[in-house]
Structure formats: structure tokens, C-alpha cells
Design a protein around this ligand. Structure first.
Ligand code: ASP
Ligand code: MG
Length: 445
């Protein structure tokens, strides 16, 4: 069976890291499975390419120099042919020359400029594997079927792409070649290079994994997997062995640094598990995100937290008990394009949280036409996540016991509509204390 293995920028960030990646990939090949590698650019290169495009726009003739230097350094450290990516570097120079001459940088040109990161890193990885006497070849995603919409910077695969990918990648695997495919990029039907958005390589991995119906999609990174909470807040945070897609989504929404699950939907639709693993610790099992819901004995999987939250209390003054209060409020937030995260209501009042406060003043003015409004800044959301939480009052009681012990006031409580999260709004200054107390209670050592 085939296994999609995606490596992030840090994992392919220098010669020694690329060697470990090759070790990992080859050990899978030797175990009898067929690795399909999806790779990011070497860490830092994509940012340099964005910067190069902007410098070319301002007239800089040397805009590509930092990219060239870093790329050449990596190639030299692996003893590869120094001209390995000269074709790409020259094309990049040509593009940047065009940008400079025209004094214009369209989203379309920008996507082409930044596509070179992955187009070069995959060539380096494939050449290194070949230098070890094994068969590997670099492919631009669009040469193995990834055709996308024309939305530059945020392209999406076209409906026919999956079938095309399956056929083309299948052909390569039949020849016992390890394909090293570019993450992040694709091409429109009329031949323009596109990108899927920053950090898009996870999405590429999900697209390829779903298309070839891989046994598993592995996201190789520099952390051991997904942890029970932020290790900067709780150093004893532990690895989560398995979590459901819904749990991972809740965690990501509430600030956890997990891969963003929206990028995994192609894999989830095909019920393909996604495993997050560390290249520093390849023998570890990492964390696996499974498409189906699955309750575990301990119920709670993780605690996420998010700072920078503002709480808005809206108290109805005039239309006591009349219907339509909620929709009036919703409309105000809609008009001012403010995203609401958590919400709690009573007959005559509504409390909600927002993150982006740039238009809040105007929204408050409008709300004050029919309600009394109080805005409380410097809040944080702490979110306890686990399948079955809503049906397990004993666990919920433990959460509130822990809160009682540290005596931190709770501004708002929300048991999510997904029934697997319990959100608490607390003063931002207390968030570390809260997360530590909850972690100690729910994940005792
Ligand atoms: N290289 C791209 C970026 O830095 C895509 C990725 O790393 O996933 O955004
Ligand atoms: Mg990256």
C-alpha cells in the first residue's frame, strides 16, 4: 500500500535533516510499502521568495541572491551537483527581472515566483536519494495531476484532479520509483502556476493521499505529535496517541498549534488517518488523527487556550422579552463583519466573545441604539476538548472543582454545540494558572 509522507520546511531545512528524511523514506520503502513524498521548500526559502518579489518590484537587481546562496549551500552540504537547480534559479531570475522591468507584481506572477521553493527542494531530496543508489524522482505537483482553480494564493483542486493524480502517481509507483512531489503548488487549466496558500503543503499531502487512497498520511514535523496542552505553559504536557478529526478541529479553532484540520478534509472524506510525527524521533508513534469519532476512557484529550479575547455583554433595555433580540444583535455583527466565537444568552442579555476588535467600536455604537453594552478586554478562552464530554458530568465537575481551587472567576461558560468541548472565558492574566490547574486535574502524573 502507499503511504503519503509530508515533510515540512524545518525537516528539510539543511543537509543533515535531508539525510534523516531520506533514511526515514528509505526505511519505509524497505519495509515493503510505497512512499509518496510531499515536501515543503527548505525552511525560510518561501519567505525569502516573497521578499525577493517585493524587492524586485522596488527595482532591486540582486533580489534573488539570498535564495540562490541558501539553496547552493544546501546542495553543497550534500555533495550534489552544484548546477542541480540552476535551471530553476535562472527562471526565477527571469521572473524577477520581468517584475522589475514592468514595476508590477500581479498575484499570478507572485505565485510563480514563490513556487520555486518547492520546485527546488524536491529536486534536492530526489538527487540525494539517488546519490545513495536508490530510485527517486522529483515532480512538480501539476505534472502529476494537481490542476487547480485560478484563485492565485488560494487555489483549490479541480474535481477531476484526483483521478488524474491517481493515474499518474500509480504509474510512477509501478516503476518502483519514489516520487518526491512539491507541496503548496498546482497549476490552472490554462497553465498558470498557483499556490494553495501559506503552509499549503499539508493540504497538498491530504489531496494526494485522498487521490491515491493512501493507507495513511504522515505529516512529519519537528514536534513529537499533538500534545495535551501548550508545553510552554505546562512543560509536562503529554503526547496524545489518537484523537478524532472533530477533536483536532476544536483544538485548532481554540488556538492549539495543530495542523489546521480544514486542510485535511480531502483525507477525512476518504476516511484516511493522518499521523503527525517528528523527524527528530522517527521511531515514535506520533499522534494519529482518525476520521471517525471515538470516545476514549479518559474522555478529555487536550486543553487549548487562546489569548486576545474581548468579551461583549449586551443587555436589552427596552424590548423586554420580545422576540428578535438575538437576530438584531447578529445583524450588527454581520454588518461590521465581526466574527463571534463564543456566545451565551439569557432572556434579556447576550454575552459573546470576539477576537478582532478593529470594528468593534462602531458595532457597539449601533448596539447601544437598543441595548446597554459593556466591553471587557484582556480575556482568554480556555477550552477542554474530548469526545463524550457533554455526556460525562463527572468530568465536567472536575473542571469546575479545579477552577474553584484556584479561585479564578469565570466570565462565560459554553458547552459547544459539537458536544465535545467546554469553553471558559477567564481573565487573560490568569490563563496560565487555569491551564496548569486543569491539566493537573485532568492529566494527573
Ligand atoms: N513553503 C510553503 C510555505 O512556507 C508551504 C509550506 O511550507 O507548507 O508557506
Ligand atoms: Mg513552510
Amino acid at each position: 500500500m502507499a503511504l503519503v509522507m509530508k515533510f515540512g520546511g524545518t525537516s528539510v531545512g539543511d543537509g543533515p535533516r535531508i539525510k534523516s528524511v531520506a533514511d526515514i523514506v528509505l526505511s519505509i520503502k524497505d519495509s515493503g510499502e510505497m512512499p509518496v513524498v510531499v515536501s515543503s521548500a527548505h525552511s525560510g526559502i518561501t519567505n525569502m521568495l516573497f521578499e525577493a518579489a517585493n524587492r524586485a518590484l522596488k527595482g532591486d537587481k540582486q533580489a534573488a541572491e539570498s535564495v540562490r546562496a541558501r539553496q547552493k549551500e544546501i546542495i553543497a552540504s550534500l555533495d550534489l551537483d552544484e548546477t542541480l537547480v540552476d535551471k530553476e534559479l535562472n527562471k526565477l531570475e527571469e521572473m524577477l527581472h520581468g517584475v522589475r522591468m514592468l514595476g508590477e507584481l500581479s498575484p499570478r506572477s507572485l505565485d510563480t515566483v514563490v513556487s520555486f521553493g518547492e520546485r527546488m527542494s524536491t529536486k534536492v531530496i530526489a538527487a540525494h536519494i539517488r546519490s545513495r543508489g536508490r530510485r527517486a524522482e522529483a515532480f512538480a505537483a501539476y505534472d502529476v495531476g494537481l490542476t487547480t482553480t485560478r484563485r492565485f494564493g488560494q487555489a483549490r483542486p479541480l474535481p477531476d484532479a484526483a483521478e488524474d493524480i491517481n493515474q499518474k502517481v500509480g504509474e510512477i509507483l509501478k516503476n518502483e520509483v519514489i516520487p518526491i512531489i512539491t507541496g503548496y503548488i498546482g497549476k490552472s487549466e490554462d497553465g498558470c502556476i498557483t499556490t494553495l496558500g501559506r503552509n499549503g503543503s499539508d493540504y497538498s499531502a491530504a489531496i494526494f493521499g485522498a487521490a491515491i487512497e493512501a493507507r495513511e498520511i504522515q505529516i512529519w514535523t519537528d514536534v513529537p505529535g499533538i500534545l495535551t496542552t501548550d508545553p510552554r505553559v505546562v512543560p509536562s504536557a503529554r503526547l496524545i496517541k489518537a484523537l478524532s478529526f472533530s477533536e483536532a478541529s476544536e483544538l485548532a479553532n481554540y488556538g492549539a498549534k495543530v495542523i489546521h484540520p480544514s486542510t485535511l478534509t480531502p483525507a477525512v472524506e476518504k476516511s484516511i488517518p493522518i499521523r503527525v510525527k517528528s523527524t527528530m524521533e522517527p521511531s515514535g508513534n506520533g499522534s494519529v488523527i482518525i476520521p471517525q469519532s471515538q470516545r476514549s476512557e479518559e474522555i478529555v484529550k487536550a486543553i487549548a487556550h487562546k489569548d486576545g479575547i474581548t468579551l461583549v455583554h449586551i443587555h436589552e433595555t427596552r424590548m423586554l422579552g420580545r422576540p428578535g433580540f438575538l437576530s438584531k444583535i447578529a445583524k450588527v455583527f454581520q454588518i461590521h463583519k465581526i466574527d463571534v466565537d463564543m456566545i451565551a444568552t439569557s432572556e434579556v442579555s447576550v454575552s459573546l466573545t470576539v477576537e478582532d476588535t478593529s470594528h468593534l467600536d462602531r458595532a457597539v455604537k449601533r448596539l447601544e441604539r437598543f441595548a446597554k453594552v459593556t466591553v471587557v478586554h484582556d480575556r482568554a478562552i480556555v477550552c477542554v476538548v474530548g469526545e463524550g464530554l457533554a455526556e460525562t458530568p463527572r468530568t465536567i465537575a472536575r473542571v469546575f472543582d479545579a477552577m474553584a481551587n484556584i479561585d479564578v472567576p469565570i466570565d462565560l461558560i459554553s458547552q459547544g454545540a459539537t458536544r465535545l468541548n467546554l469553553g471558559l472565558v477567564v481573565p487573560a492574566k490568569d490563563v496560565k494558572n487555569v491551564v496548569n490547574a486543569l491539566h493537573q486535574e485532568l492529566f494527573p502524573e
